[in-house]
Design a protein around this ligand. Structure first.
Ligand code: SME
Length: 165
């Protein structure tokens, strides 16, 4: 079933592309609850639909963020709470929208090509279980529209994989 979904967007505007994406995503993950499997397909779908430079997940394990499924070049394995954009999203339980990574004091550069970034926490029962990290090789790539829809996407993913079935 999942392999039959084409994530190439038909819509023109960013908002319409996200709306289209979320409908397809719901179909993609509706019958799969394994955390790694769902994150792997969500990363692939986001890459296919939006062409992000780097997109993937870090998962909270033993009080550290540990590299999960992703699409893009190799990345650092572990991030401490409060460190980098990812560790800050975890500590603050809030999305971090970073127009210029060089201006984010503790930014961790996995690639020198990364210029802007957005990190969205996946929450379950008010705890951060993981974060979705997206990097761009251009400055100012993400805005409030991305924040809004990526938060919707993370809510959908978190409720699918972390709710007891
Ligand atoms: N830039 C992130 C580290 C992860 S990579 O971007 C894949 C950070 O500052 O947390």
């Amino acid at each position: 079933m999942a392999t039959e979904i084409d994530f190439n967007p038909a819509a023109d505007s960013k908002q319409a592309r996200y709306e289209e994406f979320i409908k397809k995503l719901a179909a993609l993950i509706c019958q799969e609850y394994d955390e790694i499997s769902v994150m792997a397909n969500v990363s692939a779908a986001l890459k296919e639909a939006f062409g992000f430079f780097w997109v993937g997940f870090y998962i909270v394990k033993d009080d550290i963020l540990s590299l999960g499924p992703f699409q893009g070049s190799v990345a650092c394995y572990r991030i401490k709470k409060g460190r980098g954009v990812c560790g800050t999203a975890w500590e603050q339980k809030q999305t971090q929208l970073v127009p210029d990574v060089e201006k984010f004091p503790s930014h961790i550069a996995c690639s020198q090509l990364s210029k802007s970034e957005i990190v969205v926490p996946l929450l379950y029962q008010n705890s951060v279980m993981a974060v979705l990290d997206i990097d761009s090789d251009r400055l100012n790539s993400f805005d409030e529209t991305d924040k809004h829809y990526l938060e919707e996407i993370c809510k959908l993913v978190a409720s699918t994989i972390y709710t007891e079935h």
